[in-house]
Each structure stands twice: as C-alpha cells, then as structure tokens.
Design a protein around this ligand. Structure first.
Ligand code: NAP
Length: 251
C-alpha cells in the first residue's frame, strides 16, 4: 500500500522539523511548509534521501496564500491524508494590561486563523475520500492559564475547542481529529517569543531537561499509527520535571 501523504505546517524548525524527520524515516510522503524557503529546500534535500518530499512556501496568516498553495499541489500530491497543524508561536510575555496589541494580532492570526484557513482548505478533500486525520498542536497553555500567558494561552485554548468542534462536525465522515499538547520543548519557540533575546530565551529551560522536538514527534507518530477504529483525541506530553505550566522542578 502506498504510504500516506502528510502535510506539516511549520516544518522549518522545532517540532515540525523533527516530525518531518521521523515521518520520513517511517516512509510517509511529506509536504513540508513554512515561510523560510532556504530551510525548506535544505530539509527536502536531507529527507529526500528517505522519502518523497514536496515543499510549499507561504505565510499561513494569509488566507489567499494558503488557498493558492494548496491549489498549486500537483495531482499526485493532492490527496492529503494527514494535516499536521503545527505552525504557531508565542509573541511576548507581558501582563495583559501592558501587552502589545500587535503581538496579540500575530498570535491570533498565526495560531488560530492560520489553522482555520489550512483546515478549511484541506478537510473537504478528506471528506470526499471518506478518510483523513487532522492533528492540531495545542499546548499545556491550552489547558491552564499562567501569569503573562494571556493571549497565547487563549489561542491554545481555542485550538482545543476547535479540535472538539472539528471532531464533532466531521464525525459522520470518518475523519480523525487529534490534539497533541506539549509542555516545555526546546526549539526556536522561546527565541521567537522573546524576539531574538538569546539570554531571555534560555530562561525557561534553565536547570531542567525540556522535551525535544523529537520527543513530541514520537507522540505524533504514535497518534498516526493507531488502527483505523482508534482515535487519540488528546495527548498531553510533558517533561518529567514539569508538573504544570509554571510548576517546574529546577536543579
Ligand atoms: P519553532 O521552533 O519556533 O517553530 C515554529 C514553526 O512555525 C516554524 O517552522 C515557522 O516557520 C512556523 N511558522 C510560524 N509563523 C508562521 C507563519 N506565519 N506562516 C507559516 N509558518 C509559520 O516552535 P515550535 O516549538 O516547534 O512550535 C511548534 C508548535 O508547537 C507551535 O504551535 C507552538 O505553539 C507549539 N508548542 C510549543 C511548545 C514549546 O515549548 N516549544 C510548547 C507547547 C506547544 P517559518 O518561520 O519558516 O515560517
């Protein structure tokens, strides 16, 4: 049987890149996406030795770009079996009353509207074929609020809510919808959140061992490899040293 096609948003770094690597080792056919074209091409050159890889470079915040990118897929890549909605970010970490509204817009446009545009574009094909799996990357921040987490947490709570809504609406069509919600993962996430401030970006991981992108990729592979009648709705994966969003044991 031909291996499934997986479209990964945000494959140029972190969890998305690690998942692309693990899925390539497992011979899935991959559509890797992100804004940084050079990284996409490098990844394609590396993973292309293991499996078939197609790249799509676009900004997920732009509905037109999302639609055009998916429409541009050649025939042999159109039947997407798995959509991994991973692209996302936190921008800033400030008390609500001091936060930058531009940061809020960036998070809402990427984590929420981007995920909605992608899923709305890809899901109808899955429904036509009576088969598909949507995996949304949530966060521990989608389960709890923490100080200064306000809008980032709200977007991840919304991802949880939308996963439930998508699952309910697509139930008669046999579409699986899963959420994978990690705690602290060492990726470019913190560097993006703190806008390139390397010292500040290291703070969340000080004195503890965070998850790696590969750890989360393994959870995603588990979700994808369940038999057809089994759906993992929600998987929370945390570092052993983290009990809750802000409860971290540091040496
Ligand atoms: P990362 O290393 O910064 O990777 C983020 C990815 O998202 C990049 O590939 C980036 O690609 C892509 N992206 C961001 N904005 C985009 C846009 N406008 N259009 C297209 N792609 C965009 O962060 P990560 O930790 O792997 O994050 C992946 C997901 O995990 C996010 O949804 C995040 O909220 C979630 N998460 C992370 C953690 C953590 O501790 N790291 C914990 C829980 C949940 P380009 O820049 O090339 O576009």
């Amino acid at each position: 049987m031909e291996k499934e096609i997986v479209l990964i948003t945000g494959a140029t770094a972190g969890i998305g890149e690690a998942t692309a690597g693990l899925l390539a080792e497992n011979k899935y056919r991959l559509i890797i996406t992100g804004r940084r074209e050079e990284r996409l091409e490098k990844l394609k050159a590396r993973l292309g030795k293991l499996t078939e890889v197609y790249t799509l470079c676009f900004d997920i915040r732009n509905r037109r770009e999302v639609e055009d990118a998916v429409d541009s897929l050649p025939g042999e890549w159109k039947d997407i079996d798995v959509l991994l909605n991973n692209a996302g970010l936190a921008a800033g970490m400030d008390h609500f009353h001091e936060a930058d509204a531009g940061d809020w817009e960036l998070m809402i446009d990427t984590n929420l509207k981007g995920l909605l545009y992608m899923t709305r574009k890809v899901a109808p094909g899955m429904i036509d074929r009576g088969k598909g799996h949507i995996v949304n990357v949530g966060s521990i921040a989608g389960r709890e609020m923490y100080e200064k987490g306000n809008v980032y947490s709200a977007t991840k709570h919304a991802v949880e809510a939308l996963s439930r809504g998508m699952r309910t609406d697509m139930l008669p069509h046999g579409i699986k919808v899963s959420t994978v919600s990690p705690g602290l993962v060492e990726t470019e996430f913190s560097l993006v959140r703190f806008k390139g401030d390397k010292e500040r970006a290291k703070q969340p991981y000080k004195g503890m061992k965070p998850l790696s992108g590969r750890d989360v990729a393994e959870a995603i592979l588990f979700i994808l490899t369940r038999p057809p009648h089994v759906s993992i709705h929600d998987l929370l994966i945390m570092p052993t040293a983290q009990a809750a969003a802000m409860t971290v044991h540091r040496e």
